[in-house]
Design a protein around this ligand. Structure first.
Ligand code: TYD
Ligand code: MG
Length: 454
């Protein structure tokens, strides 16, 4: 008979301890240790071998990875060109963001091209999935729906059906009998995903796991899951907006920081092939504080609008509210604008927002933030068809950024006629100057940028 053992597992990082503690010593989370009973088998059977013996690397054969193309280009690109055979992919995102919708659409497309797909739904009954597929207008004989939560039964069905691709929606609903803890706990997630991934790799079958995101925005048991899989995708977006962004945060088979843009319609998700146009669609005319910046998302430059409001502080300490950009970056740029741009802005309430709910992480947006703050502070709108990019240093200098040319091309494509960019970039692009319809202005400092803009 198996013996039960009690451990306390941190639900945030997976740390285990024989006794309860108020705070996890590993990730410093309070109150995250939960009692879990584990059955220890008397004779633990080893995990099956991955096969093979040590061999010199020179004797290993390589071939281009086999990929299943879903035909949804935004998804394929984020994956690095399709689903690699034998890979494990984790898709995380808030509840209701559209993970199941995206996967069902992608899987139905695969199935229609003759690939056998097993879609295990631990959250919805087959009927519900069917209703969803009808709504999405997708169906296929090769798409198998299985509503099950028990790992052992899922594994059996995979072995019997031998699908080419399997989806587990979601990993938090799967449990194994070997552990007594409830589904969704870190030990269950760790054990069940390990087993599923291991078996999938042995069969050279790609497996897609859906993972729920906890309140603080990470996939439950994040460290536990993320190192086990080959690719981690996050599906994000604002509930208030219809578009969704699929972001790769780890990819063993492609570039990270690549994004795919989708729009949630009444008939499911649709690809957005020109995201800049979408993000700029509702831009106000001649509003001070509104600036278009160019941010590189993966291999694509995307034009996005940044808006600011600078108001006198009425009471006490100035307030800063930032949406879509790192708070510290904005604080730093405010200080630069005060000291090097000569604006008395520090003791004002400052609100900065990236419209459309997208998050910008790139330093190339620095100059745009500065321009936007200054524009609202001075109450002078920036010319509507101007795009601004460049990194700003603490000395007030404007530094060169990567891929200026592709940013300029994107701006030109969308009808912009002026581009403020770092001098350093402009000097390298001198050959381009006569060929472009847009006017390129190089600046080397914040002061210079202000002179050009206002
Ligand atoms: P869903 O894929 O169930 O989210 P997740 O699996 O990430 O929890 O998405 C559900 C949401 O998407 C729901 O709020 C309704 C909306 N939706 C549409 O707007 N159009 C559609 O065609 C579908 C299927 C869902
Ligand atoms: Mg779902």
């Amino acid at each position: 008979m198996a013996k039960a053992r009690t451990v306390y597992t941190c639900q945030s990082c997976g740390y285990q301890s024989p006794k309860w503690m108020g705070r996890c010593p590993d990730c410093n989370q309070w109150g995250s240790l939960v009692e879990e009973k584990m059955f220890v088998k008397k004779e633990a059977s080893p995990y099956p071998s991955q096969g093979g013996l040590p061999q010199p690397i020179t004797s290993l054969e390589t071939k281009e990875e086999d990929r299943f193309k879903t035909g949804i280009r935004e998804l394929d690109r984020v994956l690095g060109g399709g689903i690699v055979k034998g890979s494990a992919i984790l898709i995380g995102g808030d509840p209701g963001i559209g993970k199941s919708t995206l996967l069902l659409q992608a899987m139905a497309r695969l199935a229609n091209s003759g690939i056998k797909v097993l879609y295990v739904s631990g959250e919805e009954s087959p009927k519900q999935t069917k209703i969803r597929s009808e709504r999405l207008g997708v169906t296929s004989e090769n798409l198998y729906i299985y509503a099950e939560n028990m790992l052992e039964r899922i594994s059996d069905s995979i072995k019997q059906l031998k699908p080419d691709v399997a989806v587990i929606d979601s990993i938090q609903t799967v449990y194994t009998q070997a552990l007594e803890s409830s589904p969704g706990s870190v030990s269950q997630v760790r054990e069940t995903s390990f087993q599923l991934i291991f078996n999938a790799k042995a069969m050279d079958m790609p497996i897609l796991l859906v993972g729920h995101v906890t309140k603080d925005g990470s996939i439950a048991g994040p460290r536990v899951l993320e190192h086990m899989v080959d690719t981690v995708l996050y599906f994000e977006g604002d509930r208030g907006h219809s578009f969704r962004i699929l972001r790769a945060v780890k990819n063993r088979y492609g570039s990270v920081m690549e994004i795919g843009v989708f729009e949630m319609r009444d008939k499911g998700l649709e690809e957005v092939t020109n995201p800049s146009a979408l993000f700029l669609a509702e831009r106000p005319q001649n509003a001070s504080g509104s600036v278009v910046v160019s941010s590189l998302e993966g291999t694509r430059p995307i034009l996005v609008e940044i808006q600011s409001l600078v108001c006198p502080t009425v009471f006490g300490i100035p307030k800063r509210t930032v949406l879509g950009i790192d708070y510290n970056r904005v604080s730093l740029l405010v200080a630069v604008l005060e000291k090097k741009g000569g604006l008395n802005i520090v003791n004002h309430d400052i609100f900065v927002k990236v419209t459309g709910g997208i998050r910008l992480e790139e330093p190339a947006i620095d100059l745009g933030v500065i321009a936007s703050l200054a524009s609202n502070f001075l109450d002078k709108p920036i010319l509507q068809k101007t795009v601004v990019f460049g990194e700003v240093g603490l000395a007030g200098e404007v530094r060169g950024i990567s891929q200026a040319e592709s940013r300029i091309n994107e701006a030109e494509k969308l009808g912009f006629d002026r581009c403020i960019l770092p001098k350093d970039n402009l000097s390298k692009l001198s050959g381009l100057k006569n060929k472009k319809s847009l006017n390129m202005v190089g600046v080397s400092s914040v002061r210079e940028a202000m002179d050009v803009l206002f």
